[in-house]
Design a protein around this ligand. Sequence first.
Ligand SMILES: Nc1ncnc2c1ncn2[C@@H]1O[C@H](COP(=O)(O)OP(=O)(O)OP(=O)(O)O)[C@@H](O)[C@H]1O
Length: 227
Amino acid sequence: MIEIRNVSKTFTLHNQGSAVIEVINDVSFAVAPGECVALTGASGAGKSTLMRMIYGNYLTQAGEIRIGDVDLVQAAPREVIALRREVLGYVSQFLRVVPRVPTLDVVAEPLRAVGVTAQDAQARAEVLLTQLNIPQRPWSLSPTTFSGGEQQRVNIARGFARHYPAMLLDEPTASLDAANREVVLSLIEDAKARGAAIIGIFHDEAARTRVCDREIDVSRFTPGVAA
Ligand SMILES: Nc1ncnc2c1ncn2[C@@H]1O[C@H](COP(=O)(O)OP(=O)(O)OP(=O)(O)O)[C@@H](O)[C@H]1O
C-alpha cells in the first residue's frame, strides 16, 4: 500500500552560505495493508522529515513514494490534495485549530469532504469524542478553548474519523493519560484490522511493541549519524 523506493533528502541552508545537510540517503521499504511500521532512531535521525516527505509536506529530491497508485514525488498539488482526502490520513502531534469552527465539525470534516451526510459524519464524530473522553458540553465550541491534552485528543478523533487505507501517526500517544492512551492504541489496532497500512513515530516503547509489526531505524539512512 505504501512503497518507499530509493528516497533521499537534503536541506540547503540558504542563510548559512547554502550549506547542504544530507538527512536521508537511499531509504527503501514497503508497508502492506494491515501492517504498522515504526520509524525509530536517535533524535535528529530524520524520522519527522521522512514522515513529512511521505505526506508531501517536504519535497523529495530522489526516489519514489507510492501510496496506492500515486507517486507523491511526482504528483501535482491537486493529486496530493485528493490523496490526502481519499487515501492518506495523518495524525500530527498538534491540532491546527481554525477559530470559531465547532469541535464536532472539526472531527466530522474529513467525512463530509468525501460526501458522508452531515448526520452520519456527526454521529461518528460523537462516538470518537465520547471514546476519547472529551466532555459533551464544549462540542459546539471551537477547540481553541480546550486544554492542550484535549486538543490533542480532538486531533486524534479527527485523524481516525475516516477509515483511511494508509495512515501516518506522529507520536499519537505522547502525553496522554493511561485511559486515553489505551483508546488510541485500540483505534490503531482497529485500523490495522480493517487493512490500513500505517507508519508511526512512537517514543512510547510499550505502545510501539504492542501495535507495530516492524521497526525501520532511520539512522541507518542518515549520513553521519551512527545507528
Ligand atoms: N526544514 C528544515 N530545514 C533544515 N534542516 C532541517 C529541517 N527539518 C529538519 N532538519 C534537520 O534534519 C535533521 C532530522 O530532523 P528530524 O526532525 O527529522 O529528526 P527526528 O528523527 O524526527 O528527531 P526527533 O526524534 O528529535 O523529533 C535534523 O538535523 C534537523 O535539524
